[in-house]
Design a protein around this ligand. Structure first.
Ligand code: KMH
Ligand code: ZN
Length: 278
């Protein structure tokens, strides 16, 4: 099956998720918090080959926030130095309201992620009801912001297809397949195969994998025809077992090398826009 879905020579977008909402400086002192720090990490990651940035933002003390002005400041700083595609999270942080989760839409990003179902997230519930999905999609459409479905479970892909049929999610659909969140879909080859097979044949899909399984899952994704491979501190703070990454750029560089070795050159930002129909 891997050979059938092979993608030799096709550029792959490297995504960077520089900070997330949950990881802290206690885990890795290089985790960026302020708009200036986040933008600096994104610009360096872009220079290392990333062409898509998945953004959460923080208060200066590191706690997550959904304030639109913090997203706007971060995105303006990024755009002043590089043309990476900016994508805000609307998953936000555990416990946020839908208003807080949708705050990034006010930062005028190119894209936003959108959840199409609920999942457990460690010991916590990460809830997204159908009404939540419709509300976030409505707000994104009002602002002309392109969407990417964040699928943490197989059913989230099926739900997205249903939202597409009813008109909630517009064309073109794009998917990020997420593995390894404790309590959700495990980071296994079989799960990746099932998730990739559930995505409509002509639609781009990416791989995100949390923690130690990330290099293996991204390599499988590269071989199976993923359009996007995501890395960054949101998904893991280590470069190797026991070795903290000193920057998001270092993580991007490693993905770039792995993808190249597997026959997937790194997409430029222009190629990324084309691959994602932006
Ligand atoms: N912080 C997690 C609860 C997303 O960005 O779409 C949700 C999350 C997913 O990070
Ligand atoms: Zn996120």
């Amino acid at each position: 099956m891997i050979a059938e879905r092979g993608a030799d020579g096709r550029p792959v977008v490297i995504g960077v998720a520089p900070t997330g909402a949950e990881v802290t400086r206690e885990q890795n002192p290089a985790v960026p918090y302020t708009p200036t720090e986040i933008a600096g990490e994104v610009v360096a990651a872009c220079e290392a080959g990333a062409s898509l940035a998945h953004l959460h933002v923080r208060n200066d003390d590191g706690t997550p926030t959904g304030r639109p002005e913090v997203f706007a400041e971060t995105i303006e700083l990024i755009r002043a130095s590089c043309d990476i595609i900016t994508m805000v999270s609307t998953g936000g942080a555990l416990g946020m309201s839908i208003d807080e989760r949708a705050g990034g839409l006010g930062g005028a990003p190119d894209m936003a992620g959108i959840e199409t179902g609920s999942t457990n997230f460690g010991e916590e519930l990460f809830p997204t009801t159908p009404a939540d999905t419709r509300e976030i999609a409505r707000r994104a459409a009002e602002r002309g912001i392109a969407l990417e479905v964040e699928a943490f479970e197989l059913g989230h892909i099926d739900a997205a297809l249903g939202f597409h049929v009813e008109g909630t999610l517009p064309d073109p659909l794009r998917f990020n397949l997420v593995f390894g969140v404790p309590g959700a879909l495990a980071a296994t080859h079989a799960n990746l195969a099932a998730m990739a097979a559930a995505v409509p044949a002509d639609r781009p899909w990416g791989v995100t994998a949390v923690g130690r399984a990330q290099p293996r899952m991204l390599a499988l994704g590269a071989l199976m025809g993923a359009s996007v491979l995501r890395t960054g501190f949101e998904d893991g703070v280590y470069l190797d077992r026991g070795v903290l990454a000193d920057s998001n750029a270092a993580l991007v560089e490693r993905v770039r090398e792995t993808a190249a070795a597997l026959g997937r050159p790194t997409a430029t930002t222009d190629e990324a826009r084309e691959l994602l129909s932006l």
